[in-house]
Design a protein around this ligand. Sequence first.
Ligand code: PHE
Length: 341
Amino acid sequence: MVILLALKNNKTYLENLQLEATNSIKTISSEEDIENWRIDYIGRKGKISNFFQSFKDLKPEEKNELGSLANKLKNTLEKLYKEKQKALKDNKSNIQTEFFDFTLPGTPISTGSIHPTNQMMQEICTAFNKLGFNIFEGPEIESESYAFDKLNIPTNHPARDIWDTIYVNDVENIKSLVLRPHTSPMQIRIMENNEPPIRVVIPGKCYRYEATDNTHEWHFHQIEGLVIDKNINFLNMKATLFEFARMIFGDDTKARFRCDFFPFVEPGAEMSINFKQNEWLELMGAGMVHPKVLMNVGLDPEIYSGFAFGLGIERAAMIKYGIDNIRDFYANDYQFLKQFK
Ligand code: PHE
């Protein structure tokens, strides 16, 4: 009877011990405490060891039963101990590697920026806008009629050779559409659809079948300008374009006009800007709108006159920023582009 009671008490003792050990381990948060817990429960002189000592006088069957229960508990507690120890270690190493200094400034997010060609285009449009010009856009694929004929460049006339044209074959394989080699076709489209006074600029992309070099690309951007009214003269053109050059390149800009030939203007000129010390870079072609062009769109050259110009946008950026290779604009080199952020 006494022995039976002892067995029952011992079982209860083990159950309580398990409860106590599993509860207390949950509250542990330091390596020191977990070591004490280990010594306390499963150490050489711990509670489980003591328990084994305490029932050595019991009968063998009872010893066996309690022994296996106590062993089971010992294994359970050892497992708990290892898990907890690992969790504490992991936590510690996490804290070390993932240490985060909240006072450091954030990593800047790399944002895109407007391409230097487009920046220049916007700047030029804004300048002309301030001078009273409206801004239009036009098609990049043009008929030969707009690209050449109506601009006083008849078929087979040698003047057509000035433009190294990229032809777009249409269904019948007839060469009638071209990638526009200049923005001048827009002079015609604007005059056909608007009454004078006209004061417009037309930015856009142009294409030429051309070998590239430092100042020529097979595709590039131009801005066409057109002014049509009564009593417009060459001096008006010079004044407008000189003023424009000062607005873009600064007050002390040196610009020069020299005679040039374009079939749709008379007289024709080219305007160059003092690029570097003694270097001049042609910025645009310009001139008084040819009477034949005015007649082509039904305007009377006895009443109306005007001037037109076409300037290279990349050329303007090259002059402004001292870039000596036009191909940089199309190379997509981040080192180059990031300078224009
Ligand atoms: N379209 C000419 C070119 O591309 C430039 C130009 C425009 C010249 C208007 C005169 C007048 O070379």
